[in-house]
Design a protein around this ligand. Structure first.
Ligand SMILES: Cc1cc2nc3c(=O)[nH]c(=O)nc-3n(C[C@H](O)[C@H](O)[C@H](O)COP(=O)(O)OP(=O)(O)OC[C@H]3O[C@@H](n4cnc5c(N)ncnc54)[C@H](O)[C@@H]3O)c2cc1C
Length: 372
């Protein structure tokens, strides 16, 4: 946002969207019977928030990464499924197009994504290659002015509902043999399986994407042939900042539930666990600062690999720990499936896994330090 006034207007839109569109459906999303991911992004589009990072010239809000993490944290505070749907759409689903797309690609896709008419997804993981992304086996073979894609992607957020997938496929050998493609869901040979039944995040669809002889026009290759690994890692650097914001929102929601229960205990003359409450607050506040620092680096055009990994690791470990503590502080009511602390504990776990597991974040951090 270029001015304080514009920033305040965006903050107001975010607050109103969370209150009007997300909070009322949070329980249904947690049960898995809320609106589909595409409907969530449509609602964000109606509020002018489905392209928060997209320039106004392409129908977006022209916001910063500071705006983006504020949005994701606030949505996650109300509902973590909606947060991951929006996070993937805005960051790894759209940002590669913003950074690596040419004018033709941007003009064909960005407006639809920014208006929430289309849902975007990011397809890197395969059964044989998650942490080790270089092991991916999906092939893209050049045939005239098209590439023919064959392979299967696993654990893809939005699979089955997305309109546009950013697909990493092999055009050669090794890390420099991966290319990124913009693949429309409606093209012949694209299919998806039934969404997985997950332990949490029940409102967010996660599933398989199968590519069976899909003819992708060569003009839909994102950046140069062999640049796909760079596209993916750049997307994940910024995406991890978004996941960190999601984790902060989950932790804050769990802390709020624990505070409600603790105030009721105090008012009834019972002891409260002050140490647990203080520890939950300290870790949540520290996570928020790490997330804001990483977002500020992205906004300043600085390399964020290390700081994004630190923020993602710390915030997502925090949201699991804080949600776990909240379940204990809210007992026995938190034994119920739909208790806010129980929902957040189930939702929190996946944050430690997607966009690079926390073991991999540690590998990234250690490698960075050792190389320096
Ligand atoms: C809910 C959900 C949504 C997801 N959405 C998407 C999506 O939209 N797009 C997408 O492309 N992917 C998505 N994923 C996939 C996710 O990014 C991968 O699951 C993750 O990167 C791990 O890869 P993997 O599952 O292949 O596990 P593996 O790489 O097989 O890892 C298994 C275990 O071994 C550990 N491990 C692996 N290598 C090392 C190492 N070098 N050092 C230490 N430990 C190691 C891992 O940390 C993990 O604990 C999603 C996953 C989930 C659960």
């Amino acid at each position: 946002m270029s001015t304080d006034t514009a920033g305040r207007a965006l903050a107001g839109r975010i607050a109103a969207f969370v209150e009007d569109a997300i909070a009322p459906i949070a329980s249904a999303m947690a049960r898995g019977d809320g609106p589909s991911p595409k409907r969530i992004v449509e609602a964000a589009g109606e509020a002018g928030l489905a392209g928060i990072l997209t320039p106004e010239a392409y129908g977006g809000a022209g916001g910063s990464h500071a705006d983006f993490i504020e949005f994701i944290e606030r949505v996650a505070h109300a509902d973590a499924s909606c947060a991951v749907i929006l996070d993937v759409h805005l960051s790894v689903g759209t940002e590669p197009l913003l950074i690596f797309g040419n004018d033709d690609q941007k003009s064909r896709y960005l407006r639809r994504l920014a208006r929430g008419e289309w849902l975007a997804a990011f397809a890197l993981t395969e059964a044989a290659g998650g942490s080790d992304a270089v092991a991916l086996q999906t092939r893209a073979v050049r045939d005239g002015d098209t590439y023919v894609l064959d392979g299967a992607k696993a654990f893809i957020t939005g699979a089955g509902d997305a309109d546009l997938y950013i697909v990493m496929a092999r055009t050669g050998e090794g890390a420099h043999g991966v290319s990124a493609f913009l693949v429309e869901a409606a093209w012949p040979g694209v299919s998806t399986g039934t969404p997985l039944a997950k332990m949490g995040l029940h409102g967010s669809w996660t599933g398989e994407l199968v590519l069976d002889g899909v003819r992708v026009p060569a003009v839909n290759r994102l950046s140069g042939e062999g640049v796909g690994f760079t596209v993916a890692m750049s997307a994940l650097d910024s995406g991890r900042v978004g996941i960190s914001a999601q984790a902060v929102g989950i932790a804050q929601g769990a802390l709020d539930a624990a505070l409600d229960a603790s105030r009721r205990r105090r008012d009834a003359g019972l002891d409260v666990d002050a140490v647990a409450i203080a520890d939950m607050e300290v870790r949540t506040a520290a996570s928020r600062q790490l997330t804001r620092h990483a977002a500020a680096l992205v906004d300043a055009g600085r390399r964020v690999t290390l700081d994004a990994a630190i923020a993602k690791l710390y915030s997502t470990d925090t949201c699991v720990a804080v949600a776990h503590a909240a379940v204990e502080l809210c007992a026995p009511e938190s034994g119920a499936d739909d208790h806010p602390a129980a929902v957040r504990l189930r939702d929190a776990k996946a944050c430690q896994i997607y966009e690079g597991t926390n073991q991999i974040q540690r590998v990234v951090i250690a490698r960075h330090l050792l190389n320096d």
